[in-house]
Design a protein around this ligand. Structure first.
Ligand code: PMV
Length: 344
């Protein structure tokens, strides 16, 4: 029996940066679920004698990959208590990405969530648990989180919130919840990713989270993020594009300010990242069109805008922004429907 899940990447609007315990966030975050950047992972299983050990065969893009295999083995060993069946089956896992490795798009959120969903499907089949869809998605989100924190937000359509916040009903540090109250304009939003550099990051996210423990702005930052989560939800609900965009930009720049004020300090933005920010802001100023940006833990700039101004923004990209990109590279994405089971 085999289950194949397609699960997308996500882009945070309010950023998760700083954690404790086993991948528990120090503040709440909210993200758009994307569409074009996804992983597709099939998990096939056959019974074996339970010898307390894992038996895993893993193929990435059709070939064996030692580094990824080790990472998956380590991850699966860490979640045996969540899936006791793991030591009584032989697993054959195959994974592919819709985007090539090292394009400047992080693959851990899509890869970890696709794998987590496959494991939940097996648990459902073997034990009859998780028959309720909400329970299924919640467990998939928990397991995704254990694989790679922000991956827990990838499983839901359109928007997801992760992290306990007194202002957000049912929010939890353990898993993300879907956010379903956004005005419809946000469910077709675009994210054009302006690739400034596709190089591997100099400082990993793991190291970045760790440095938050000694960042003197940490406490203020966690308060700001919790407050921004509540405020951006209001903007999403009412369709207030300006408020939405200004919070998204503040969050992106705060994330990078936290990196600059870490000890040791580091900078992931490149000169072209700043040029792009200036061009986007001046375009917004002169045209009054609602084009905003966000930035992940890297130099690439994500342009966020509603579908209604797609043509105007594509002209801006072609005529001005692509000049600041590595080989003119731009990856088009948009808000998507979340994870899908490709076979059953
Ligand atoms: O999930 P991680 O550990 O790769 O951290 C992701 C952190 C950011 O992408 C910068 C922000 C976020 O909330 O996704």
């Amino acid at each position: 029996m085999k289950y194949t899940w397609r699960s997308p990447s996500n882009i945070a609007l309010v950023k998760y940066w700083g954690k404790h315990g086993i991948q528990l966030p120090n503040n709440s975050s909210i993200s758009f679920t994307l569409s074009n950047a996804y992983s597709e992972t099939s998990v096939a299983f056959e019974p074996k004698a339970d010898d307390g050990k894992l038996a895993i065969e893993f193929l990435f893009e059709g070939s064996k990959n030692e580094a990824f295999q080790k990472r998956i083995e380590k991850f699966l060993s860490s979640i045996i208590s969540h899936f006791p069946f793991l030591t009584s089956v032989k697993l054959h896992i195959e994974s592919t990405n819709s985007f090539p490795h090292s394009t400047g798009i992080a693959s851990s959120a899509s890869a970890m969530s696709a794998l987590a969903l496959g494991l939940c499907s097996i648990e459902k089949e073997l034990t009859g648990a998780l028959a309720n869809n909400d329970d299924f998605m919640r467990k998939a989100s928990i397991i995704s989180r254990l694989g790679s924190g922000s991956a827990c937000r990838s499983v839901y359509p359109h928007l997801a919130i992760w992290g306990e916040n007194p202002g957000v009903a049912n929010s939890s540090n353990d898993y993300a919840i879907p956010y379903t109250e956004a005005a419809s304009i946000f469910t077709t939003f675009h994210d054009s990713i302006l690739i400034v550099s596709s190089d591997e990051k100099k400082v990993s996210s793991t190291a970045g989270h760790e440095l938050m423990h000694s960042n003197i702005f940490a406490d203020t930052r966690y308060k700001q993020a919790n407050n921004n989560t509540v405020e951006i939800i209001k903007a999403l609900q009412s369709g207030d594009l300006e408020k939405f965009g200004l919070i998204a930009e503040e969050e992106a720049l705060t994330l990078h300010a936290l990196m600059m004020t870490s000890n040791p300090s580091y900078i992931l933005l490149q000169p072209e990242s700043l040029q792009l920010i200036a061009l986007i802001r001046s375009f917004r100023e002169s045209t009054k069109l609602p084009v905003y940006f966000t930035i992940d833990a890297g130099p690439n700039i994500h342009l966020l805008y509603p579908h209604s101004i797609f043509n105007e923004v594509q002209d801006l990209i072609k005529n001005e922004l692509s000049k600041c990109c590595e080989n003119g590279k731009v990856i088009e994405d948009q808000v998507g429907i979340g994870a899908t089971l490709m076979n059953a």
